[in-house]
Every structure is written in C-alpha cells, then in structure tokens.
Design a protein around this ligand. Structure first.
Ligand code: MG
Length: 225
C-alpha cells in the first residue's frame, strides 16, 4: 500500500495560529497588553518554528528584554504555549480517513523535538488516524535529506513506490520529496511559491484539498509521469 507522507506543523495542525494566540497571551501577561507590532515581530522571529531554537531565544531576549533566567526558559514556555493554544481542524481527520479508504498509509514526517511533536499529534486526536511518525530529533536526520523519507518508508513497512509528500515548506517538504524521488503537494497558506526552490508537483490551499489532489492523480496516466 502506498505511503502518504505528511508534514505536521502547518500541515496537519495550524501551528501558526496557535503561536499567534500564545504570543498575544504571553505579551498581555508580561506587559498588560499585546502590542500588535510586537506580536508580529515575535511571530517573525519564530520563523514558523523552523529557526534554530537558541537563535530564537536570543532574539526574543533582545526583543523583550528578558532576564537570563527568562531566556533559559523561553523556549520551553513557547513550546508549552503552542501546545496549550492548538485547536483541532475538523477537516483533517476526514481527509486522513479518505486517504486510508483509498488505500494510502498516512505517516507523519516532521522536523522537530520528539516529545513536542508527539504531544501535538496526541492533543489533536490524530494518533489513531496515522500509521506512525518519524521525527527528525529521534532519527538524527532532517528534511529535506532523502534519508528521512527512506526511514519513513521503513517505519511504514513499505517502499516509497507510489508515495506522495504533503507539506507547507518548499525547502523541507517539496525539496525533500523531490530528493526522495516522490511527488509533492505544497500547501500555499496564502504565500507565493519561492522562486529559488524546485516547483512542486501540485499546490493546494488546505490539507483536505491536497489529499483530494493525491487521490485524483493515482490513475495510471499520472503514475507514469
Ligand atoms: Mg510545516
């Protein structure tokens, strides 16, 4: 059965919305108000969770005037805040189940911290709807390295034959899928595709739409592309 490899942050879960909710709450607690410009800067510094965490901690310290004690704790505070403010997307589980019904095995492939990523999957009730997850910290290799996709295939008990990758990062998910030789659907999230990255197989505006694209393109004429 072919694998449907799926990114986690901003693909199966809306980490960006959660981070924004946390940033507002955190700044309100610290400053008595959440200045929109400060919220926007905090979100920018986080870099969609893809920037190295020590750099994020240092930048948040400079931005907010954190004490050394606060700086040492700010990444743990941010991670806990992201978990606390996550909200389930009701369209995600039906899309995963549609993929399973069509014969795909959904498997999460994510760059991140094992405990954090497992907590997100559990909190959003996705555990029973994916066959498993491969987390970069746990396997010592990150997207876009093709090796993490081959490890995912091993975890799913199958090859990458017929597999697809769905994700919102051109650098990690689209380039990574291309490195592993599988087609990819990029989630737009209102952005334009970066001109410097290789073009994805398809572009979608939601995870559910991405799954529809995969399911619609499994005919022999597309398989041979
Ligand atoms: Mg992502």
């Amino acid at each position: 059965m072919p694998l449907l490899l799926v990114d986690l942050d901003n693909t199966l879960i809306d980490r960006a919305a959660s981070l924004a909710r946390w940033a507002e709450a955190y700044l309100t607690e610290r400053n008595g108000e959440a200045d929109p410009a400060l919220v926007a800067e905090l979100i920018r510094l986080d870099g969609d969770g893809l920037r190295p965490k020590p750099a994020v901690a240092a930048d948040l310290t400079a931005l907010l005037g954190l004490t050394p004690q606060e700086e040492s704790e700010v990444i743990a505070v941010l991670r806990a805040g992201v978990l606390e403010h996550l909200r389930p997307d009701p369209a995600v589980v039906p899309a995963l189940e549609a993929a399973r019904s069509a014969g795909y095995v959904p498997l999460v492939v994510t760059n991140g911290n094992v405990a954090q990523q497992e907590s997100k999957v559990r909190l959003m009730g996705l555990e029973g709807h994916v066959a498993g997850m491969v987390v970069s910290e746990g396997v010592g290799v990150r997207k876009p390295d093709a090796a993490i996709f081959h490890l995912a295939a091993e975890a799913g008990g199958d090859s990458l034959e017929g597999a697809w990758m769905i994700g919102d990062s051109a650098e990690a998910d689209v380039r990574g899928g291309a490195n592993a030789g599988i087609p990819q659907v990029w989630l737009r999230r209102g952005r334009s595709y970066p001109a410097t990255e290789p073009a994805p197989t398809a572009i979608a505006d939601s995870f559910a739409e991405a799954v529809q694209i995969v399911l619609a393109s499994t005919g022999p004429e597309v398989r041979t592309r």
